[in-house]
Design a protein around this ligand. Structure first.
Ligand code: FE
Ligand code: FE
Ligand code: ZN
Length: 296
């Protein structure tokens, strides 16, 4: 069975329990959460996350911990030229990995970082250094750091498979790193995800190794190939289109890998329940966005 879900929120009194409830409301069997607001680093104590209640609800619904993914906040930059800020990023990520383990999740998605001054080689070294420190600070925890493929907006590292490979090469404990493959980002970075996903994967396999892929973000893109914009579109409504995204989701090589939607809300309405129906039924609904708009 396809492992499909979306990012869900973790807030209010319910926290993690609310995340599970939200995922179940979309008929999802996978989900991804930020442990707090993605744009800041304020976090609640682990004891306030309602982990036990969330875990019980997951067990009740046979939702496997393997399909639960945490996403680190995107303001964290392991390649910040300021050494104090790099230290902060490392200590924050260390706590994030501990939270991830406490939540029974097996991987945390990380945007590798941004080469602020433009030196990409140095940025790759700083990122690897940071990832290594976080791993050694959390030795023994069953959590992988999933480096995300990036669109290449600004000076983002991870636009090419070679950059991800360069980071992984510098990490000794390779069982603690993996890759999050985002279809919108790779398309925006210039890879032919729409017309030749098998070729893209062959290339990825040669450079990094396809067994490193531990999660997919299955987003459509608002922009043409190579645009380096990183603007997600609803499933099937963008430049990638329904059939190419479905090909990724049902690809034989990645049957057991969870797929996560980070597609945009439509006028305040989450599209995930309906997008998951389209994916499971393998049938595109060209009126979906209009229907979601009329809900408002
Ligand atoms: Fe991301
Ligand atoms: Fe993503
Ligand atoms: Zn994105």
């Amino acid at each position: 069975m396809v492992k499909i879900g979306s990012h869900v929120s973790m807030s209010g009194d319910d926290m993690y329990l609310g995340s599970v409830k939200e995922a179940l409301s979309y008929d999802a069997n996978a989900f991804m959460v930020y442990t707090g607001a993605p744009q800041n680093t304020l976090r609640k104590r682990i004891s306030d996350l309602r982990i036990e209640d969330a875990v019980n609800l997951m067990k009740e619904h046979n939702l496997s911990f393997d399909n639960v993914i945490v996403h680190a906040p995107y303001i964290i930059n392991l390649a910040n030229p300021d050494p104090e800020k790099r230290e902060f990023a490392i200590s924050f990520l260390t706590e994030e990995v501990k939270r991830t383990a406490a939540m029974h999740a097996k991987q945390i998605v990380l945007h590798p970082g941004s080469a602020v001054g433009g030196d990409r080689v140095l940025a790759v070294e700083w990122i690897a250094e940071g990832v290594k420190k976080v791993i050694s600070n959390t030795r023994g925890l069953d959590v992988k750091i999933a480096l995300e493929t990036m669109a290449g907006k600004g000076n983002e590292i991870g636009k090419t498979f070679e950059e991800l490979k360069a980071i992984i090469d510098l990490v000794d404990e390779k069982d603690r790193v993996s890759v999050c493959f985002d279809t919108c980002h790779t398309h925006d970075a210039g890879y032919e995800v729409k017309t030749n996903f098998d070729g893209v994967i062959k290339h990825f396999d040669e450079v990094v190794g396809k067994s490193y892929i531990s999660v997919f973000h299955v987003n459509d893109s608002k922009n043409p190939i190579g645009a380096a914009k990183d603007r997600h579109e609803n499933f099937g409504f963008g430049f990638l289109g329904f059939d190419s995204l479905l090909h990724v989701i049902y690809h034989q090589d990645f049957k057991d890998i969870p797929k996560i939607l980070e597609t945009p809300y439509v006028e305040g309405n989450p599209p995930y329940k309906e997008e998951i129906v389209m994916i499971k039924e393998k049938a595109f609904d060209p009126d979906l966005v209009l229907k979601l708009k009329s809900k408002s």
